[in-house]
Design a protein around this ligand. Structure first.
Ligand code: NDP
Ligand code: PYC
Length: 345
C-alpha cells in the first residue's frame, strides 16, 4: 500500500477506495474465493464502507470468512444463466454469492429490458450478505429503473404471529433523474437491520423501542436479548409485515430459492450468509413514449424540496461518498490491522 493510499492519524486511518478494494480483494482471494468473485465482493463491501453503510461494510468481513471456512458456500461457484423468455432471465448461483450471479446475467438482462421495455432476473441457490443498493444503483446510472428484493434468514416475527419466520428482507429501488444522482432507497422490512443490532450489541448500546423482542416474546431494547434467542419486528406493524411477506414470495417462491425459514446451516458452524434467492426487475422508461422520465422524477424531487423536504433517501450516502472520495475512508486503526491480518492469514 503506497504512502498516499493510507494516512494514519492517531487511532484512525484514512484509506483510499482503491486501496480498500485491493485489500479486501486480497482477503477474499486468500479465503477460498476465485479472483473474479473476490473482485466483485471487495468492490461491493468497500462501496458500502465508503458510503457509510456500515452495517454491510468491513464489519461483515469476519462473517464472510467464517462462512467460507465452514464449507456452507462455494466461493468459486460459476453461475449458470438461462435465457428463459423475452423478458425473463434465470440464474442458478450454484451455492455461490448473489452478486457474481447478477454480474453474469447483467448484459442479457439489460439487453432484454431495452428491447421489451421490462425484464426480470430471478436468482436462486444464492447467498446475499450485503447492502442491496449496489445491485440497483448502476442500472439507474444508465437510465433504467430497477427494483430488487432479497430474503435473508428467519429472525423477524410476522405481525400478529408468535414466533420468528421472515428474514429482514430488504427492498431496493433506483430511478434516474435529470439533474443529479439517481433516486435510490434501500431498506430492510424489519424495524432495524440485523447488522445494526449486531453493531449495537458490540458497542454496548441500547436500541430504540419497538425494534424487537426477547426469547420470551417480551419487548426489549437490549440488542443481545434480540440476538440470543429473541427476534426482530417488522417496521410499521402489519404494513412492513406485508412487504416482508411479498419479499419472501418474490425472492424465494418465484425464483426457486429458499424461504428464509427453509435452510438449515446448523451443520456449518460459522455460516452467516442466508442461502435464499433474489429478484430484480429492470424497466426501460424510454419506452413509455410520454414525457422524459428523468425530467418527471426531477420534478417530483423539486416539489418534495419545495414542500420542505431536506433529505432524500440516498442523500446521506452520497454526501458520505463525496467526503470519502476527497479525504479517504476513515477506519479505526484496529479495524485496519484486523483486515491486514486477514489478508495475511
Ligand atoms: P436505513 O433505515 O438506514 O435506511 C433506509 C433508507 O432510508 C435508505 O435509503 C436511507 O438513505 C433512507 N433514509 C434513512 N433515514 C432517512 C431520512 N431521515 N430521510 C430520508 N431518507 C432516509 O436502512 P436499513 O437499516 O433498513 O437497511 C440497511 C441496509 O441493510 C440496507 O442496505 C439493506 O439492503 C441491508 N440489508 C441486507 C440484507 C440482506 O439480506 N442482504 C437484509 C437486511 C438489510 P441513506 O442510505 O442515504 O441514509
Ligand atoms: O442486516 O439484516 C441484515 C442482513 C441479513 C443478511 C445480510 N444482512
Amino acid at each position: 500500500m503506497s504512502a498516499q493510499s493510507l494516512v494514519v492519524e492517531g487511532s484512525t486511518t484514512r484509506i483510499t477506495f482503491t486501496a480498500l478494494v485491493a485489500l479486501l480483494q486480497r482477503i477474499f482471494e486468500r479465503h477460498d474465493t476465485s479472483a473474479h468473485v473476490a473482485a466483485i465482493l471487495a468492490h461491493n463491501c468497500a462501496s458500502a464502507e465508503r458510503d457509510g453503510a456500515h452495517s454491510h461494510g468491513v464489519f461483515r468481513m469476519p462473517g464472510y470468512l467464517s462462512t467460507l471456512a465452514s464449507g456452507w458456500i462455494d466461493g468459486m461457484a460459476l453461475p449458470e444463466v438461462t435465457d428463459v423468455a423475452s423478458g425473463y432471465v434465470r440464474v442458478d448461483a450454484r451455492n455461490g454469492f448473489a452478486q457474481p450471479a447478477l454480474e453474469a446475467a447483467r448484459g442479457l438482462l439489460v439487453e432484454k429490458a431495452r428491447s421489451a421495455g421490462i425484464a426480470l432476473l430471478a436468482i436462486h441457490n444464492s447467498h446475499h450478505f450485503a447492502a442491496l443498493w449496489p445491485d440497483v444503483e448502476p442500472f439507474a446510472e444508465e437510465g433504467l429503473v430497477a427494483l430488487s428484493v432479497v430474503n435473508s434468514m428467519t429472525c423477524v416475527v410476522p405481525h400478529g404471529a408468535d414466533r420468528p419466520l421472515f428474514g429482514t428482507n430488504p427492498i431496493a429501488f433506483a430511478a434516474p433523474r435529470a439533474d443529479g444522482a439517481p433516486i435510490v432507497f434501500d431498506l430492510a422490512t424489519s424495524a432495524i437491520a440485523h447488522g445494526d443490532v449486531q453493531i449495537a450489541a458490540r458497542k454496548g448500546e441500547r436500541l430504540p423501542p419497538g425494534m424487537g423482542v426477547d426469547g420470551l416474546g417480551q419487548p426489549t431494547q437490549d440488542p443481545k436479548a434480540i440476538l440470543e434467542g429473541g427476534a426482530l419486528l417488522p417496521f410499521g406493524g402489519h404494513k412492513g409485515s406485508a412487504l416482508s411477506m411479498m419479499v419472501e414470495l418474490l425472492a424465494a417462491a418465484l425464483t426457486g430459492g429458499n424461504f428464509s425459514f427453509e435452510f438449515d446451516w446448523s451443520e456449518h458452524p460459522g455460516a452467516r450468509t442466508p442461502w435464499t434467492g433474489q429478484l430484480l426487475i429492470v424497466i426501460d422508461p424510454s419506452k413509455t413514449g410520454g414525457q422524459v422520465f428523468a425530467e418527471r422524477s426531477q420534478e417530483l424531487v423539486r416539489q418534495m424540496h419545495a414542500a420542505g423536504l431536506r433529505r432524500l433517501p440516498g442523500d446521506r450516502r452520497h454526501r458520505t461518498r463525496a467526503k470519502a472520495e476527497k479525504e479517504g475512508i476513515v477506519l479505526e486503526a484496529e479495524e485496519l490491522q484486523r483486515l491486514q491480518a486477514m489478508a495475511n492469514a
